[in-house]
Design a protein around this ligand. Structure first.
Ligand code: IPM
Ligand code: MG
Length: 365
């Protein structure tokens, strides 16, 4: 099969981690007889430097003429000074919105080999963590009206509007329930219905959708409680569905308990097949160019791209197996290398490039 993949290396560690994922994709192509054409675009801080804007129209256009977009990370302190619309993050937000990518899937899986890297105590980590959070991605506070103004009392005042309509809630809820059917058949919807009007609508609509899925166990949880439950007993969760801002926060928390945010991929999809795939971590400018970043989140994001946007499930599984085998063989990047000398025994610390090479070589049919 021939597939066109739009590649956004971005800023900070973006280029080095994306390069590893491309090596893996090349290996998949060679092994399975596919052809991947990469079209590279600039977005984020590097696009601000070059074009004066984070997401130039010619970059965005390419995101529509492809099978999937693979993104490293965007942002860095040098661009933190500009006005809101000129920040690198606008590139990601702009792509999500323009491409209609309302459904963001962020799995949090604790590889048994990495149990020691989890900040949770071993008795909790032993129960396993295998959950997936569906974060609504194109609504809520992120995209509501924003303003900063001087109020009548003379005080500088800022406002971010939080709006959801029933359809925005229904469609992400359906994705969560459909996914649960292929997993452990449990959905937990997270909101703040004791305070927020949008959450009360959220709850009402998700409960309606739940009725269409009597085979799926369903419950609501308030977001503060969910944050607590995630560290107190993460094994209880299978599929979690929540709104944009809560999802942003909870997915960072969920990823950390699996050992490292560097391990976690994400997919963002709309009604169609073209999606945006990225690791959930940021551009980590402090470690950029040092060859110590963990490329696994990006490599697993490439696997998601293969599965969801290219109909290549077998290929995606081959990549996931390779990651698993490399971890089994004891290779670790710095972020997942135990600080404790005893636990580090028998493990080998490797850089970003070597990790990429090992996984690439490990991809087998
Ligand atoms: C994420 C990031 C983004 C978000 C930023 C970079 C705008 O934190 O993908 O989780 O808040 O959605
Ligand atoms: Mg985030």
């Amino acid at each position: 099969m021939k597939k066109v993949i739009t590649v956004v290396k971005g800023d900070g560690i973006g280029p080095e981690i994306v390069e590893q994922a491309l090596k893996v994709l090349d290996r998949v192509a060679a092994l399975f007889g596919h052809e991947f054409e990469y079209q590279e675009i600039l977005a984020g801080g590097c696009a601000i430097d070059r074009y004066g804007e984070p997401l130039p129209p010619e970059s965005l256009e390419k995101c529509f003429c492809c099978d999937g977009v693979l993104l490293g990370a965007v942002g860095g302190p040098q661009w933190d000074v500009g006005p809101g619309h000129l920040r690198p993050e606008r590139a990601v937000l702009g792509m999500r919105k323009a491409m209609g990518l309302f459904s963001n899937a962020r799995p949090a899986y604790l590889y048994p080999q990495l149990a020691a890297a989890s900040p949770l105590k071993p008795s909790l980590a032993e129960n396993g963590i295998d959950l997936i959070i569906f974060r609504e991605l194109t609504g809520g506070l992120y995209f509501g009206r924003k303003e900063t103004f001087t109020a009548e009392d003379g005080l500088m005042t800022a406002a971010d509007e939080l709006v959801y309509n029933e359809e925005e809630i229904r469609r992400i809820a359906r994705v969560a329930f459909e996914t649960a059917r292929g997993r452990r058949k449990k959905v937990c919807s997270v909101d703040k219905a004791n305070v927020l009007e949008t959450s009360r609508l959220w709850r009402q609509v998700v409960e309606q959708v739940a009725e269409e899925y009597p085979d799926v166990e369903f419950r609501n949880l308030l977001v503060d409680n969910a944050a607590m439950q995630l560290v107190a007993n993460p094994a209880q969760f299978d599929v979690v569905v929540t709104e944009n801002m809560f999802g942003d926060i909870l997915t960072d928390e969920a990823s950390m308990i699996t050992g490292s945010i560097g391990m976690i991929p994400s997919s963002s999809l709309g009604y169609g097949k073209v999606g945006l795939y990225e690791p959930i971590h940021g551009s980590a400018p402090d470690i950029a160019g040092k060859d110590i970043a963990n490329p696994i989140g990006t490599i697993l994001a490439a696997a998601m791209l293969l599965e969801y946007s290219c109909d290549m499930k077998e290929e995606a599984e081959a990549v996931r197996r390779a990651v698993n085998n490399v971890l089994d063989a004891g290779y670790r990047t710095a972020d997942i290398f135990p600080k404790d000398a005893g636990m580090a025994a028998g493990l080998t610390k490797v850089g970003c490039r070597t990790m990429g090479d090992l996984i690439t070589e490990g991809v087998k049919k």
